[in-house]
Design a protein around this ligand. Structure first.
Ligand code: GLV
Ligand code: GLV
Length: 311
C-alpha cells in the first residue's frame, strides 16, 4: 500500500471481510486499477461494467476469480503473485498431511475435552508418513515444493501432470498416469490451478481408485474435488482421511465435514504467513504500478494485452 501511495490515490477496504460486488463496482468507478482479493469475482458481467480499470492485480497465485478471457478482450491486464507463496503453501500442504496422518487436530480436541486418560499402546493410532508413497497432482512450483518436503521424509514420490518436470525428476519423483497415482499413493496432494480441466477432477471414480488407507490433501481449490463424493467416502471410510484448506463454496464449508473426525479443516491458510503476505503485497503493488506506468509487470497472466497495445 505504501508503494501504491507513492504513485496513486488509494482506497483501501479496511474491513475483515470482502467488499460486496456492488460496493466494489462503485469504488471502481473512475479507478485505473484494483488489487483484488479471491472473494471478489471478476466475471464477464462484472468486467463488462468496468470503464476505467486497466489492471486487475490479483492478490493470489490462483486467479480463477477472474475471467481472464473477458479481461483480455477488454484490454485489461491481469496479474497474480506466483513464486512468493510457494514455500508457505507447500508447508501448509505438509502440515495438513501430518495433522491428518497423525491425528493432531483430533488429538487436540481430545485433550481440550479432558479426555486424555494416559498413554496406552493402541491409543489414537495414525498412519506413518516416513517411507510412504506420496502422489502429487500438478507439477508446478507448489507441487515441486511439496515433493522437496516429501523427499526429506524419505517418501517415494510419484506425480501426475500434463508434462514432465525436470525439477521433480531430479528429486527422484516419477511421472505416472492419474490412475497409477491414485492406486499407488498413501497420500495424494492436489497442487493444480482451477480451470476447466481440473474442475471436479477428483470425483467418485477417482476416490474409488485410492487405497483404503489413503489421505487426500487439498491446498489448491475446493472445486478440484467433488465434495459430496469426498464426504461420502470419508463417512464410509473408503479412504482414511483428508486435510483440506479450500472448499467449493468458500467461505461456507459443508457442515457434513464437521461431524467427521477423519478430516482436518483449515480456513484457506496456504499463504497466510507474515513474510509471505508481505511479499504478496509488494508483488501485487509492483504489478499494478508497472501496468499503469506502461511497463511490463513482474507477473502477468495475459501478456497478449500488452503485445496488442504495443503494435
Ligand atoms: C491463494 O489461494 C492463492 O491462490 O494465492
Ligand atoms: C502455481 O502457480 C504454482 O505456484 O504451483
Amino acid at each position: 500500500m505504501v508503494l501504491l501511495r507513492e504513485y496513486f490515490r488509494v482506497d483501501v477496504n479496511k474491513e475483515e471481510r470482502d467488499i460486496t460486488q456492488r460496493e466494489l463496482l462503485e469504488k471502481l468507478d473512475g479507478a485505473f486499477g484494483v488489487v483484488a482479493m479471491l472473494g471478489n469475482k471478476f466475471d464477464r458481467g462484472f468486467i463488462s461494467k468496468l470503464k476505467t480499470v486497466r489492471v486487475i492485480s490479483d492478490f493470489a497465485v490462483g486467479y480463477n476469480n477472474v475471467d481472464v478471457k473477458a479481461a483480455t478482450e477488454k484490454g485489461i491486464v491481469v496479474t497474480n503473485t506466483p513464486g512468493v507463496l510457494t514455500d508457505a503453501t507447500a508447508d501448509m500442504a505438509f502440515g495438513l498431511l501430518l495433522a491428518a496422518a497423525r491425528r493432531i487436530a483430533e488429538g487436540d480436541r481430545l485433550v481440550r475435552a479432558g479426555e486424555f486418560k494416559g498413554w496406552t499402546p493402541l491409543m489414537m493410532l495414525g498412519h506413518e508418513v516416513s517411507g510412504k508413497t506420496i502422489g502429487i497432482i500438478g507439477a508446478g512450483r507448489i507441487g515441486t515444493g511439496v515433493a522437496t518436503r516429501a523427499k526429506g521424509f524419505g517418501m517415494k514420490i510419484v506425480y501426475y501432470s500434463r508434462r514432465e518436470n525436470p525439477d521433480l525428476d531430479s528429486l527422484g519423483a516419477s511421472l505416472v498416469t492419474l490412475e497409477e497415482l491414485l492406486r499407488e499413493s498413501d497420500f495424494v496432494s492436489l497442487n493444480v490451478p482451477l480451470n476447466s480441466e481440473t474442475r471436479g477432477m477428483i470425483g467418485r471414480r477417482e476416490i474409488g481408485l485410492m487405497k483404503k488407507s489413503c489421505i487426500l490433501i487439498n491446498t489448491a481449490r475446493g472445486e478440484v474435488i467433488d465434495e459430496r463424493a469426498l464426504i461420502s467416502a470419508l463417512k464410509k471410510t473408503k479412504i482414511a482421511g483428508a486435510g483440506l484448506d479450500v472448499y467449493v463454496d468458500e467461505p461456507k464449508v459443508n457442515r457434513e465435514f464437521f461431524r467427521l473426525d477423519n478430516v482436518v479443516l483449515a480456513p484457506h491458510l496456504g499463504s497466510a504467513t507474515l513474510e509471505t503476505r508481505a511479499r504478496m503485497s509488494e508483488l501485487s503493488a509492483l504489478n499494478a504500478i508497472a501496468v499503469l506506468k506502461g511497463e511490463r509487470p513482474p507477473a502477468i497472466v495475459n501478456p497478449e494485452v500488452l503485445e496488442k497495445s504495443e503494435v
